[in-house]
Design a protein around this ligand. Sequence first.
Ligand SMILES: [Zn+2]
Length: 97
Amino acid sequence: MEQTFIRIKNNKGVYRDIDIEYASEKQVDEFLITLSKGQVAAMLKKALNVKESVNKHLECKYCDGVNPVHWRGDKKEPLVCGGCGAEWEDAKILVED
Ligand SMILES: [Zn+2]
């Protein structure tokens, strides 16, 4: 596994690179003091190779409609796509926003 180092500065102003895998809480505390939360988050995200979370929604695969409605407006009827009328259960797909 690839090693990732973070650079920390101790209270004497000395910089040191430590392996993020083995960084102690105390070291991370020091690290947090020298960087803003946003910088830390960005570095951790990069280090841990965390992908940006992507929001997804359901969409009709035929017409890209996003508003299912009950067939003939009857709540007892199954949902159909509000755009093209396809059966929602069959037509809905999960897509990225
Ligand atoms: Zn549709």
